[in-house]
Structures are given as C-alpha cells and as structure tokens.
Ligand binder design. Structure first.
Ligand code: BGC
Length: 516
C-alpha cells in the first residue's frame, strides 16, 4: 500500500514537472538528433575568436595602442575594470592553442588580425615585421594541421592614432586607412588565407560605439546614454556608411589584384537576431519587418543590392547617408558570402501603436521598434549570461529562411553561435556544461532544417574556442568550449569541447552527452 502510494505520488510529481517545463517557454523544441552526416562532406565546422579578446601582449614586439587598450584603461569603462592586456595570453601560447584546435578536429578556425600589431600607426608609420611573423606562424601551423584559417580583418579594434586623428569611423578617411590595412593582409597572408571577412558586425559596433556609447569612442546623446559628445540619431548611420564603403573598396582591390591569383573568397559578418511578432496582428508583423530592416538588411542590402532597405530610407529620410552612383556600383554584389553571428531571438514591439516601448526604442533609428523577451509573462526561451539573450533554437531556422528569401543567390556562413551561462560558472556548469551542449545540438538541428529547405549554409563556427575578454563585460561572461583559469591561464576542455569533437568525428552516430 505504501509502495503504491509512493509510486502514485511520484507519477503525479513527474507529470507536474513535465507540465511545468512545457510551460516554461512558449514554443517547445522537439527532441532532435543531429549528426555530422546530416551536413555535406565539405561543410565547415570551426570555432571562432578575435584578436583583442584573446591575444594579450598589448604592447609587445612593436604593437602600439588601439582603441580598446586606451578605453579599457579608463576607470569605469568596463564592468569590473578589466582589460585585454593579457587576455588569454594567446600571443605566447598560440602553439598550444593550435594543438587544441587539432584535438577538436575542426576543419577551420576563425581569427582576426590586430590592426596595431601589424600597422601600429595605420598609414602613418611602418609595417611591424614581428606582427606579420606572429600571424604567419599561426596561419602556417593551422595549415600544417589541416585547419583552414578564416580571417576577419577588422574585429572592433583599430589604432588609437586613427581614433585621435579622425574620430575613428565617423570620418571618410577611415575608408582609405582600412583599404591600406586590408591590402597588407591580402599581400602578406593571401597566398595561404582563402577565406576573408572584411569587418565584424558593423551593425553592433556602430550601435555600441556611437548610439549607446558603451564601446570606444564612447559617443552618444540623450536619451540613449550620457556621453560627453555625440549624436545617437545620426552618428551610427555615418560610421556604418563609412564601414560599408571601406568594405566595398577593399573587395574591389581584392577582386582586381589578388583573387585571380589567390583564388579566395571574401565576405562580411554582421550580427543577426531573429524577431518574432509580439502580438498576432498586422502591426506586429510590420514591426518584425522594420526590426530586420534596421538591424540586418541595413548591412546586407547595400552589399548585395547597392542601397539601404526601403524601410530605412522611408523612416530616416535625410538622416540616412546616401551612396553616390559610383558607390552603388562598388557595393552591389560586393560579397562572396554572408557571415552571420546569431545568438538570440526577440519579440518585436511596434512603437507606433503600443505604449510598451521605452523612449530610446521609440525613435527613428531603431525603426520605431522595441524588443521584448517575454509575452504574457512567458519568456521566449531560457536565459543566457548576456543580458536579454535567450535560448531560442527555432530562431536560427527562421532567420536562415528569411535570409535565403531576401538574398537567394548568396552562400551563408554562421560565423558565430554560442552560449554563456547566466551565472558566472557556478557549480557543475564550470566544466560539465550540459546546457551549452544542448544549445549547440538544438541550434545545429535548426540550421539543418533550414538547409533542407534550401538555405545555402556552408559552415558553422562555435563562439568561442575558449573563454575570453567579453568586451565591456570582461571575463565574467564565459562562451568557451575551453575553460580558461584566469590565474594560471590553463585551458581545460569543457564537456562541450568533447561533445563537439565527437560530433565532428562521429558521422552517422549521434554524439550524445552520455558518451563521456
Ligand atoms: C562579437 C564577439 C562577442 C560575441 C558575444 C559578437 O557580437 O563578434 O566579439 O564576444 O558577440 O557577445
């Protein structure tokens, strides 16, 4: 009798848990098996990093100060006063790190070049041979191990000298500076590097640097933020405009002078969230369209069609910079592939017709849209460590379907996708990171669904290879497959590193966490 009672209450308790978890978020993902064999043989499976976030050695061997070196040394600019002076000390440990990439079995590695390591003063000084040697060593050793380098030329860090002289990307002079830098990369590394990304996330960089004022050069205006100077309504648009033209000029140079001989491809990476309608009415669907236009199409429409999206032109009018006829020609078709950094999904709020928006959302530059992470009290997905990021695997498929419709002839690489726990590596999540494994399994499954529907996805990079300097949030946010001990710099593979290795190696067999 007692046993019966216990079994019965256990049954009801389990049922309760099931019902509760079903209601935890609105759309439940189906359990899905994802295997390496579901992707083409030549599919790229890699991991990603960026120079400032891992290299350290901030003033060694001829490198000079960049915008992040200067910014992070100002008290109060980063969460806990942290900086990238040492970061993961990758500058001294790159051989050990390349061994770890080999262990993972990845066929590609995405890295970026530190501008001031090879051109300490931009066009105003000499080329730094030690910097070139550092990247040559990395590239050669990757290739020796059969790992393709995917190189981002510019990932948020630029010479402080250019910031001081020009005010950074606000100035059209930066276009020529960038082309000079890109040319040096093509010249010195292009015989071995066949996959280039010109710039990382112009959409995120310009919004943080010139709208919210949280990234260097910390420019903004009220109500977006409290900076000593700036204009949040127009400066992000101007900076992005210069970045897009700089990209197109560098690509022209590559296509005319390097591509015929070197035979590589060149793309640009932007950040792209997916947006779901907040309510089931026309206004919400329009808000989704505006969110995409002002965040994603903003970057890719010019690179593919030669102009900004119609919705941006409509709502921004004169505030939106215009491309000249020559620039339109230069921009049109200026990418061989689309690079996407995808992390999360939001509900798009319509700020014209609802009172749910804040004063910063209710502005032209955001397309009069806001973002919500819950609907009727139900979160869109489980929480991650970056504020507002939620785990929403179906967003990957929907985003890719949309990109495929808008840009049907262009290949796509997922250049970043990754998970960081909401609380700094508590308990078992420090190394037994089951949530991260589940994150990648479900996002990969979602990506493969989009591919079955026709999305031309050619590769997938995990962000990140190892824990690193997460910009203004410092070392508190951990995205790594490898855990990095901040005192010893020792790298330890998390369970997710072993899972990814097994996933890549296993072919038909699904690598589940129980295999360890
Ligand atoms: C950036 C990375 C960053 C990651 C996680 C992307 O916006 O390219 O540098 O670490 O997101 O926040």
């Amino acid at each position: 009798m007692l046993l019966q009672k216990t079994l019965l209450s256990f049954f009801f308790f389990s049922l309760l848990l099931l019902v509760q978890s079903k209601h935890n978020h609105e759309v439940e993902e189906e359990e899905e098996v994802v295997t390496r064999s579901m992707f083409p043989d030549d599919f790229i499976f890699g991991v990603a990093t960026s120079a400032y976030q891992i290299e350290g050695a901030y003033l060694e061997d001829g490198k000079s100060l960049n915008n992040w070196d200067v910014f992070t040394h100002h008290p109060g600019n980063t969460g806990r006063g942290e900086n990238g002076d040492i970061a993961d000390d990758h500058y001294h440990r790159y051989m050990e790190d390349i061994d770890k990439l080999e262990y993972l079995g990845v066929n590609a590695y995405r890295l970026s070049i530190s501008w001031t390591r090879i051109l300490p003063r931009g066009r105003f000084g000499e080329i730094n041979p030690s910097g070139l040697m550092f990247y040559n060593n990395i590239i050669d050793n990757l290739l020796l191990k059969g790992i393709e380098p995917f190189v981002t030329i510019h990932h948020f860090d630029l010479p402080q000298e250019l910031e001081d002289r020009y005010g950074g990307w606000l100035s059209p002079h930066m276009q020529e500076e960038y082309v000079y830098f890109a040319k040096l990369c093509f010249e010195k590394f292009g015989d071995r590097v066949k996959n280039w990304m010109t710039i990382n996330e112009p959409n995120v960089f310009t919004q943080f640097a010139y709208m919210r004022g949280t990234f260097p050069p910390r420019r903004c205006s009220l109500p977006f933020g409290n900076c000593s100077a700036g204009n949040s309504d127009v400066e992000p648009l101007i900076a992005a405009h210069n970045m897009l033209i700089a990209h197109a000029k560098a690509v022209k140079l590559y296509r005319n002078h390097f591509q015929p001989k070197q035979g590589g491809i060149v793309g640009l990476t932007a950040n792209a969230f997916h947006y779901e309608p907040y309510t089931n009415d026309e206004f919400s669907y329009q808000a989704v369209e505006r969110s995409y236009a002002f965040n994603v199409d903003w970057i890719f429409d010019p690179l593919i069609y030669g102009n900004y999206p119609a919705l941006m032109r409509k709502y921004l009018g004169k505030d939106l910079p215009k491309f000249s006829k020559e620039e339109v020609e230069l921009l049109k078709g200026s990418i061989d592939f689309i690079g996407i950094n995808h992390y999360s999904t939001f509900y798009a709020l319509d700020c014209f017709n609802s009172n749910d928006c804040t004063s910063t959302e209710n502005r032209a530059i955001g397309g009069y849209t806001g973002r919500a992470i819950a609907r009727n009290g139900i979160p869109i997905g489980d929480e991650m460590g970056v504020f507002g990021f939620r785990i929403v695997p179906y967003g990957m498929e929907k985003l890719l379907n949309r990109l495929s419709l808008r840009y049907p002839n262009t290949s796509i690489y997922i250049t970043e996708n990754g998970y960081c726990p909401p609380n700094y590596q508590e308990g078992t999540e420090l190394l037994q990171d089951f949530t991260r494994i589940k994150f990648h399994q479900t996002y990969l499954a979602s990506m493969s669904k989009a591919m079955r529907k026709g999305a031309k996805v050619k590769g997938y990079f995990v962000w990140s290879f190892m824990d690193n300097f997460e910009w203004i949030q410092g070392y508190n946010i951990t995205f790594g497959l490898y855990y990095v001990d901040r005192n010893t710099m020792k790298r330890t593979p998390r369970l997710s590193a072993k899972w990814f290795k097994d996933f890549i190696a296993n072919g038909e067999k699904s690598s589940t966490i129980s295999t360890f």
